[in-house]
Write a protein that binds this ligand. Sequence first.
Ligand code: GTP
Length: 593
Amino acid sequence: MDLDRLRNISIIAHIDHGKTTLSDRVLELSGTVDARDMRAQYLDSMDLERERGITIKLQSVRLDWRDHVINLIDTPGHVDFGYEVSRSLAACEGVVLLVDAAQGIEAQTLANCYLALENDLEIVACMNKLDLPAADPDRCAEEIESVLGIPAEEVLRISAKTGDGVPELLDAVVDRIPAPVGAADDTLRALIFDSHFDQYRGVVSSVRVMDGTLRSGQKLRFLQAGASHQAEEIGIRSPGPIAVDTLGPGETGYLIAGIKDVGEARSGETVTDAARPAEEALEGYRDPKPMVFCGMYPVDGDQFPDLREALERLRLNDSSFTYEPESSGALGFGFRCGFLGLLHMEIVRERLEREFDLNLIATAPSVAYRVHTKGGEVVEIDNPSEMPDGAEVEAIEEPFLNVTLLTPSDYTGTLMDLCQTRRGEMDKLEYLSPERVELRYKIPLAEVVTDFFDQLKSRTQGYASLDYEPAGDDVSDLVKVDVLLNSQPVDAFSMIVHRTKADDYGRRMCEKLKELIPRQLFDVPIQAAMGGRIIARQTVKAKRKDVLAKCYGGDISRKRKLLDRQKEGKKKMKSIGRVEVPQEAFVSALKLD
Ligand code: GTP
């Protein structure tokens, strides 16, 4: 293929600014997908993605425009998947930066734009949703010029919905974005920027050939995984898969190499020729590192083997989440799972419940702490119940994030207040324009994984946006709070919190449990303790519950029914320190508020 006629691009945008709609329109206008077959959001293939309107899995698709071939590479639209965004950008020479003309620049517009600049990509900026009465393109263009330094007159104006301006955008892609460079006979180096598991074909990877030529049947070496596999099939998507014999330099497509586990063909992997391997891998490979952890337990203990199987199957498709068995006195047998972030956690949980028909309890999310003991050891824990005894702890480190918030200036005060209550330290406050403020804070991850995002949205009527990146570990004054039921600690409710928040956590947990635990035949004390010291207490008063009291008269069948129902209810109870706790109480108590 003639390299001069090739363009590799991604569309980058803040969530909801219309990336998927624009991709759909581009596929349609270029004749790649027949308008009749056009199913909205062609590129988002997972049901869940379609429902939630978020892009998770990356795909690339080839389309023809004005005698040129454009490879459109989809990027995930959520901060949890930042690393995958940077991998997919490494497969491009340029990006279309899409900004909602009614909303203006948002946090991920900035973050994605910086990523594109770091990768030396050409940026074609365009404003979307011009058909909306609320669109204010002149103001938006000014903002793009002042914040991103892209001249306002170069910013294109489109409506992804109606298609207005989209042909001109494709022209601009062809005219402004450089063609890839590379020689067909160089040593092969191809970048994997996405892999998914197909039930019939095994792992299907999206690849971008950087140097040399990828051939069907070729024996390949996966440099970072240190494995060899044969290219069973290579091809392009347009939009369905079409097998080809070779993919030359600058081209993107898919690769099937008989791999059974996506963990062996991760994004960022470099593929080379086994017979003539490249010496150096392409830059930027990183093992995905879970940041947020929680326990997942089947509501019905009998479903434990099903949960194990479901996790194994899901992991084939998503090598970035981790799991290992754990047991809890309160919840029985389950798994400790690690995720890239909160949305990732929610997605995995929802897929488990939906695709595998499981009913799950998830414990409160936690982060990974590095505990320095007085004996000079460093232990990494992601479950509060593993915390060494307080007397042995020298110091605890916790992970931090650099958080960027973009907000209409009216909400600056309430957001500063939110960040401060979350132990944030301000790095920067800057007016991007008289109406828009950028705030940067360093905040402990643990304070963000609770309900930070919801708070952010509700305090600003949805107008503020958020982006974050890991900022390493640092020492904090942290303590473990235990919750005891009838003097017995309940592991599922243990929590590591900042010392200043321990009382509050303890009090809230006791109050909540008091509401949730039914009266027993005896008084049940509920206590919160910090290193052996009780910091909060509530009592569920005893009450004798006589289910037959209502049945005056001698209707035996009615009595039996009531007794049966009571027995049924008992089955769903867990017994902790002689206290019968309904499963429902755990679920509600673990819900974040
Ligand atoms: P993520 O996948 O979550 O990143 O979102 P996205 O950027 O792909 O946004 P999507 O294409 O799903 O669009 C978000 C919403 O904006 C949808 O309801 C679209 O119908 C709407 N939308 C997109 N483009 C336009 C447009 O040009 N005009 C109007 N009126 N609405 C649009």
